[in-house]
Write a protein that binds this ligand. Structure first.
Ligand code: URA
Length: 192
């Protein structure tokens, strides 16, 4: 099962390159940063776009924010290999600028395909870019830590780990929000 899913995910990654999605970003980036982790994960975490470290290593969340993410996963008894991690935009924007709306839009069909393959129980959106790709009318400051059911999926919005790295209060909020993940999963599993 996981193997079949991985094959399908690999095909989506190849398709992004073949379709020449965001050619300007592709030109300045080192490589595509498609996603990493368990293709049968119950939890998919979605960030914004790769940064410098991710661009070099070809994997999402491998820098300082990624280390914090790993720590928070460990706090709830999960490893990176248990979840699937990806970004909205899959090439590094130059100088880590915010991705443009049209860049986010261009990757959305591929992200949707990724989610179709993985079929997670919950989608954890990291930061406002990720939240607003799926739920455009919500404000991260108001809805973080609150599961939202929308079009058959359950989203759990959270602040971006990079924003919380040097902000003690936000860091604790993010840790508290992360701690909700097992409870949300259990509630879903109990209902189904
Ligand atoms: N920030 C993100 O949004 N994604 C990454 O992969 C790394 C940092």
């Amino acid at each position: 099962m996981a193997d079949t899913k991985q094959i399908k995910l690999d095909a989506i990654a190849k398709q992004i390159v073949a379709d020449k999605v965001t050619p300007d970003l592709a030109k300045t980036a080192t490589q595509l940063v498609f996603g990493d982790g368990n293709p049968s994960a119950e939890v998919v975490l979605i960030g914004e776009a790769p940064g410098k470290n991710e661009d070099v290593q070809g994997k999402p969340f491998v820098g300082a924010a990624g280390q914090f993410l790993n720590d928070m996963l460990e706090m709830i008894g999960l490893k990176r290999q248990d979840v699937y991690i990806t970004n909205i935009v899959k090439y590094r924007p130059p100088d880590n600028r915010d991705p443009f709306p049209e860049e986010k839009q261009a990757f959305l069909p591929y992200l949707e395909s990724q989610l179709e393959v993985i079929q997670p129980l919950i989608i954890v959106t990291l930061g406002r870019h990720s939240l607003n790709c799926f739920l455009p009318d919500l404000q991260i400051s108001q809805v973080h830590g609150q599961p939202k059911r929308y079009k058959g999926r359950i989203y759990l919005p959270m602040f971006h780990p990079a924003a919380a790295l040097y902000n003690g209060a936000m860091r604790q909020t993010l840790i508290d929000d992360f701690a909700l993940i097992p409870t949300v999963i259990k509630k879903i599993n109990d209902k189904t």
